[in-house]
Design a protein around this ligand. Structure first.
Ligand code: UGA
Length: 437
């Protein structure tokens, strides 16, 4: 099939790579000329494991190309994906200007039967607006434009695998011919065992909000438990294990830590709350999820402050700046919030991250960075584990203790084994686990 993907951010590029792998002819387009020219030269604007190889393979094989202007490709397309960004406005409402522009362009340029796929995460009700825009701009002999909602469930860091081996494919639509096009598009994945769930459009849009808010709820629940465990001298890791052993609860997303971040949960929670209010439903649970998430950073900050007494003239090393391991993304990253909090308090803050240092520096210019974890820890009065990159687990504790000004570790991701790190001579503050004996 012939596919156009509008917007080559994380979701758009993974969509390009996935659909080309499934055997379709794909054209990726973006309003950002610099980004497009980078992609034409095979340079990806962010780190995502396996994506560069996938893009390169299909660009070389001729099944995938990037262009600034897709006006030649849209008229021949069977399917057009809308993957443009939907950043939050100051009110929390999603800004859908780019979505409207992209849809209007498709409405003008498309010909014949074309399915317009809403892939960007958008508030429920958006597809109805898209349909209206397509009706206004998409008049023409033989033109038949149909919108479907096909939310993505991929995670940054494992996006390629999530897309090529999805546990479900959700398609919300109205016309049977559009469902058929989507079944054909994802045919190889469905034959491979991916579960296809077909619903009406509003349900598909709402399901995406429901999934992300529920995952965030699980994390905040674990973080609230951590606060309680710290007060009760209990172990949140063991509590989560007990909970996770119940198949009705499941073990995923119950890791207490520094809270969730990234370009999805914080923005989606805001947008969902905004939508609920618009629908005249008060949903305070959503606000509570966000409050507990913010509290996770504050609780970690307090541990550092309590351990150091005064923050002025103290050096704090942060291990991990990305919002989670496997990515260079620092958008709404809890480690960056913690860095800002410590800097405000008067500390000197040095961060190390295997991937995200350049982005972190841009986000928080006062933050010092070091390409080496031991160098970051040198002369530090406190080291905070902020992101659970697996490579931090194999750090040489002896060497770390020797370079630090004092052996004090606040582990905001419960990365270390408490007995082991305490035996190595550290004063160690885990998260939601029994404190120093
Ligand atoms: C999330 C969802 O997991 C995807 O299913 C969804 O498609 C995506 O948002 C989206 O809406 O586009 P992502 O933001 O890439 O994906 O990251 P996650 O792996 O879900 O992690 C989110 C945050 O939660 C990270 O900061 C992570 O450190 C934190 N987290 C996760 C915890 O603090 N504890 C946990 O137990 C799990």
């Amino acid at each position: 099939m012939r596919v156009v993907v509008i917007g080559t951010g994380h979701v758009g590029l993974v969509t390009c790579g996935t659909l080309a792998t499934l055997g379709h002819d794909v054209v990726g387009t973006d309003a950002d000329q610099e980004k497009t020219s980078m992609l034409q030269r095979g340079i990806l604007p962010f780190h995502e494991p396996g994506l560069d190889a996938l893009i390169e393979e299909h660009a070389r094989g001729g099944r995938l190309r990037f262009t600034e202007d897709a006006s030649d490709a849209v008229p021949n397309a069977d399917v057009v994906f809308i993957c443009v960004s939907t950043p939050p406005r100051s009110s929390g409402e999603a800004n859908l200007v780019a979505v409207e522009q992209a849809v209007r362009q498709v409405g003008h340029q498309a010909s014949g039967r074309t399915v317009v796929v809403e892939k960007s995460t958008v508030p429920a009700g958006t597809a109805q607006r898209i349909r209206k825009v397509l009706l206004q701009s998409g008049n023409g002999v033989g033109k038949e434009l149909e919108v479907v909602s096909n939310p993505e469930f991929l995670r940054e860091g494992s996006a390629v695998r999530d897309s090529l081996e999805p546990d479900r494919i959700l398609v919300g639509g109205e016309r049977s011919w559009a469902f058929e096009v989507m079944r054909e598009l994802y045919g190889p994945l469905i034959s491979n065992g991916a579960r296809l769930i077909e619903t009406d459009i509003n349900t598909a849009e709402l399901a995406k909000h429901a999934c992300n808010a529920f995952l965030a709820l699980k994390i905040s629940y674990a973080n609230a438990l951590a606060r309680i465990c710290e007060r009760a001298d209990a172990d949140v890791v063991a509590v989560a294990e007990v909970m996770g052993a119940d198949p009705r609860i499941g073990p995923a997303f119950l890791r207490a830590g520094l809270g969730y971040g990234g370009s999805c949960f914080p923005k989606d929670l805001q947008a969902f709350e905004h939508l609920a209010a618009k629908l005249h439903y008060d949903f305070p649970l959503l606000r509570e999820i966000v409050r507990i998430n913010d509290e996770a950073v504050e609780a970690t900050f307090e541990k550092v402050r309590a351990g150091l007494w005064n923050l002025e003239h103290k050096r704090v090393a942060l291990l991990g700046l990305a919002f989670k391991p496997g990515t260079d993304d620092v958008r709404f990253s809890p480690p960056i919030s913690l860095a800002a909090r410590l800097l405000d308090g008067g500390a000197m803050v040095v961060g190390h991250d295997p991937r995200a240092m350049a982005n972190a520096k841009e986000e928080c210019p006062a933050l010092l960075t070091s390409a080496d974890p031991y160098e970051a820890a040198t002369d530090a009065h406190c080291l905070v584990v902020c992101t659970d990159w697996p490579e931090f687990r194999s750090l040489d504790l002896e060497r770390l203790r020797e370079v630090m000004a004092q052996p004090f570790v606040v582990d905001a991701r419960n990365l270390f084994e408490p007995d082991e790190i305490r035996a190595a001579g550290f004063s160690y503050e885990p998260t939601g686990r029994p404190g120093s004996p």
